[in-house]
Design a protein around this ligand. Structure first.
Ligand SMILES: Nc1nc2c(c(=O)[nH]1)N[C@H]1C(S)=C(S)[C@@H](COP(=O)(O)OP(=O)(O)OC[C@H]3O[C@@H](n4cnc5c(=O)[nH]c(N)nc54)[C@H](O)[C@@H]3O)O[C@H]1N2
Ligand SMILES: Nc1nc2c(c(=O)[nH]1)N[C@H]1C(S)=C(S)[C@@H](COP(=O)(O)OP(=O)(O)OC[C@H]3O[C@@H](n4cnc5c(=O)[nH]c(N)nc54)[C@H](O)[C@@H]3O)O[C@H]1N2
Ligand code: SF4
Ligand SMILES: [Mo]
Length: 755
């Protein structure tokens, strides 16, 4: 670690969204005093948005925990020492396992927007306890898309936005939410160039929609009709890329057949988009030299979400926009973000409700249902790390009740969150600037980068980095054979090569050890590393796997093997390009024996056809009692999930106003600054109103990340999931419809405090 002098800039990354822009930090004591973008970072190249500059609110917030906590019978907490906490937790985990089975211990989280290294170690704990069930936030946004991806080509796709002629955003507002490198400069360049076009599907005139050439201002929840109509125009006007379809797909005929029958005029009316605008957007997509698309929460957390994911992918596949600069791609991965391709888990279901498990993840909306039952297979204990599900899952009340009935809940966090307040034990983690950290949001092509960030500070006294927490617990569980640990440690102190041999020989002999790998590496190889670098040992293992999986691309990136790659990663804190591909190589990432896209997904073609039924459900869930559609959880310039808990980090919109259209405001007698009461089927909340023509009539919107408790400021703003329900969810993936909550609004009169 560098010294803490004022002049030194230390290398790190922003932890607020999946871009993880590279930053440089100047310390003042333990304060992150100055922050700037890191020009050497392979993806962000010096860019940050305004949020990164306020990271000291995370690092030094008053919410930081400094001691393990144990819950007393009256619900208050007492501080206990680490040994006591870990002894008791180990004992109670073993008791649950011995009485009910390890599979009754459910794991949630294990990595947020900036920290995925701890998650490796939770996998080892799962392996040690025999606990196959887990989930995280991806199972309330991306699992529908993942399921479609697995059927079509077996990998994750992203787009080359920087070079695309036409970019389509579906329920995505990258001006605020980013999600691809240097989002704002990229959007500005797109908007400025008369030869390029931006198409946005959003009921709201978002910051991104305001820059768009085509704003398809759909009625909330009707994207499936809009996309079906766009595709139908392309098919019916014979604008598909027939050559691409012939060369690279199978099973396309039934898809084309279904689209040939779509009545465009009727569907345009259904989604509330002008038919001519829709037709011209379709033609723009079909005739562009290159197109990329991005679907996000506005469609993934709304009706027809999995169908919409399919239709989105058909849009770029049928027009041949894959595998060339400016189009869509599959990419390498430094480590799997979710449960891998789910090969071993194909067809898995949850034990009580039989919900589909996708990419290894239990649907978030099913978790409470898996617990609040007397079914013998219900979960009995829960391990939660780096997540705040009592705030972030649909229907917080149901989830909190579920936590309360469990035999054991352990939370590992930096803060006493809404979730931690329901735990039996809370373990205080060192912050993401106090330990080695990394994320596996490495999704670019043809150059893909991974950054391993060294700590800029020592752990806050009383806290421990996750690898150490898990190692201490796994020792108590007797997870690994002592003889094996001794052999591996000896090899590690002999040479890296000797260790590699011994390690892979041991895992080859007993494949069950693979699950414990992060722990084994930390315990053995890590002890041979220079002081302070022990926690990087699991990354050595990942580097080996990466070099085995993509030998050519890793070699092109300049690394002869996994050891060379690992050494470069540790020596290059701004991040390393670990694979270099050629656009022609993109087909090697298609996980199909024939390297073709498998287009026919019968379940979804059926759903596509059902859109034509006059009585088909779900253009809206509104009713006389709940006439409005609430989007619960919009990304704004001053929201960052619940990573910042101190409300004073917000320069504007401190209370997280409810955005309302002028038409609805007029009808309800509301103006900006008015107080109102918001009701949904599941709850009600006091809100402050902002009247804005961003909103379309009938659509209202609350920000995400508010309504968290703070020791000095109390709870500011509305916790969105006090208002959502478990039951509005995708029929296939179980993903919640957070952006489509039926609601009613009543004026309460003016308030003083809108800043
Ligand atoms: N500032 C900020 N940035 C973030 C985050 C943050 O908390 N704050 N969180 C990060 C995370 S975890 C994620 S997953 C991403 C999410 O990033 P986004 O998905 O871009 O975020 P949202 O604002 O939730 O939703 C995007 C848009 O969907 C629109 N929408 C609502 N209903 C509908 C509908 O029925 N149809 C369509 N087509 N659109 C609809 C909304 O009006 C909104 O403009 O952001 C990441 N970036
Ligand atoms: N209604 C509604 N609900 C939503 C959404 C929505 O749009 N609307 N969006 C959903 C989406 S897309 C997402 S991604 C989720 C996000 O919700 P969650 O996955 O629950 O995650 P975060 O709010 O990002 O909380 C991260 C937690 O990690 C803790 N933390 C930070 N650093 C560390 C560390 O180094 N170690 C440990 N152990 N803990 C740490 C923080 O204190 C915080 O408690 O919310 C989802 N919920
Ligand atoms: S919030 Fe996201 S886009 Fe903004 S600086 Fe942080 S990582 Fe980059
Ligand atoms: Mo997310």
């Amino acid at each position: 670690m560098a010294d803490t002098g004022q002049e030194t800039w230390q290398t790190s990354a922003c932890i607020l969204c999946e871009c993880n822009c590279g930053i440089e930090v100047q310390l003042d004591g333990r304060r992150l005093a100055r922050i700037r973008g890191d020009k050497r970072h392979p993806a962000s190249a010096g860019y940050t948005c305004e949020k990164a500059l306020r990271l000291d609110h995370y690092q030094n917030g008053r919410h930081r925990l400094t001691s393990p906590l144990r819950r007393r019978a009256d619900g208050t907490y007492e501080e206990i020492d680490w040994d006591t906490a870990l002894d008791e937790i180990a004992e109670r985990l073993m008791a649950v396992r011995d009485e009910h089975g390890g599979d009754k211990i459910f794991f949630y989280g294990a990595g947020g927007q900036g920290n995925h290294l701890g998650g490796l170690h939770t996998k080892a704990l799962q392996a040690a306890l025999g606990s196959p069930y887990f989930s995280n936030a991806l199972a309330q946004e991306k699992t529908g898309e993942m399921w479609v991806d697995a059927k079509l080509y077996g990998g994750h796709t992203k787009g080359d936005f920087e070079h695309a002629e036409v970019v389509v955003f579906l329920g995505k507002n990258p001006w605020q939410s980013h999600s691809f490198p240097r989002a704002r400069p990229t959007l500005r360049a797109l908007a400025k160039d008369p030869g390029r076009s931006m198409i946005v599907l959003d009921p709201r005139r978002s910051e991104t929609a305001a820059l768009a050439d085509y704003h398809l201002q759909v009625r909330p929840g009707t994207d499936a009709w809009c996309l079906a109509a766009l595709l139908a125009v392309i098919v019916q006007e014979d604008l598909c890329d027939a050559e691409f379809i012939e060369a690279h797909t199978t099973g396309t005929a039934p898809v084309l057949d279904a689209l040939a029958g779509v009545p465009v005029t009727e569907y345009a009316a259904r989604c509330g988009v002008d038919e001519e605008l829709l037709r011209s957007a379709a033609r723009r997509i079909a005739t562009a030299a290159s197109v990329t698309t991005y679907e996000d929460l506005g469609v993934q957390q709304a009706p027809h979400s999995t169908l919409v994911s399919y239709l989105n992918k058909l849009l770029w596949i049928l027009t041949g926009n894959f595998g060339r600069p400016g189009t869509m791609f599959l990419h390498s991965a430094f480590a799997a973000l979710a449960g891998g391709s789910g090969k071993s888990g194909r067809g898995r279901r949850t034990p009580v409700t039989g919900a589909k498990i996708i990419s290894g993840l239990v649907p978030c909306n099913s978790i409470a249902e898996e617990i609040l039952t007397d079914h013998p297979d219900r979960f009995r204990a829960m391990w939660i790390e780096s997540a705040n599900p009592a705030h972030s899952l649909a229907d917080s009340r149901a989830f909190s009740e579920a936590l309360d009935v469990l035999d054991l809940v352990v939370v590992v966090d930096v803060a006493l969150t809404e979730t931690a307040r329901r735990a039996d034990y809370v373990l205080p983690a060192a912050s993401q600037f106090e330990k080695w950290e990394a994320t596996f949001f490495n999704t670019e092509f043809p150059h893909n980068a991974f950054q391993l960030r060294p700590p800029v500070l020592d752990p806050l006294p009383g806290t421990l980095p996750e690898p150490e927490i898990y190692a201490r617990l796994l020792r108590r569980l007797g997870a690994a054979d002592e003889g094996l640990l001794t052999t591996l440690t000896k090899a590690a102190h002999t040479s890296r090569a000797a260790f590699g041999q011994a390690f892979f020989a041991a895992v080859g002999e007993d494949p069950a050890l693979f699950g414990l790998a992060p722990y084994l590496l930390y315990e053995t190889l890590g002890t041979a590393f220079p002081e302070g670098r022990r926690a990087t040992a699991p990354v050595w293992g990942l580097a080996q796997l990466c070099a085995m999986t993509y030998p050519d691309a890793v070699r092109r990136a300049g690394f002869t093997d996994g050891d060379a790659l690992f050494d470069a990663i540790v020596a290059t804190p701004s991040g390393v390009t670990f694979t270099v591909d050629d656009w022609d190589d993109v087909w090697t990432y298609v996980r199909r024996p024939d390297r073709r896209f498998t287009m026919e997904i019968p379940e979804l073609i059926e759903k596509l056809r059902e859109l034509g039924d006059p009585g088909s459900p779900g253009s809206s869930l509104t009713s006389a009692a709940y006439p409005l559609v609430l989007s619960a959880g919009e990304r704004r310039s001053f929201t960052a999930n619940t990573i910042y808990r101190d409300p004073t980090w917000r320069r504007r919109d401190a209370q997280g106003a409810l955005r309302v259209s002028p038409a609805d405001a007029g009808r309800l007698g509301l103006s900006t600054g008015s107080a109102a009461r918001l009701h949904t089927e599941r709850g009600s909340a006091h809100v402050v109103v902002e009247v804005t023509d961003m909103m379309r009539e009938g659509h209202i919107s609350l920000p995400n990340g508010l309504g968290v408790d703070h020791p000095d400021h109390g709870t500011v703003g509305v916790a969105p999931n006090d208002l959502t329900s478990l039951h509005h969810r995708d029929w296939l993936a179980g993903t919640p419809w957070h952006k489509h909550v039926p609601a009613r609004l009543e004026a309460l009169g003016p308030v003083q405090t809108l800043s």
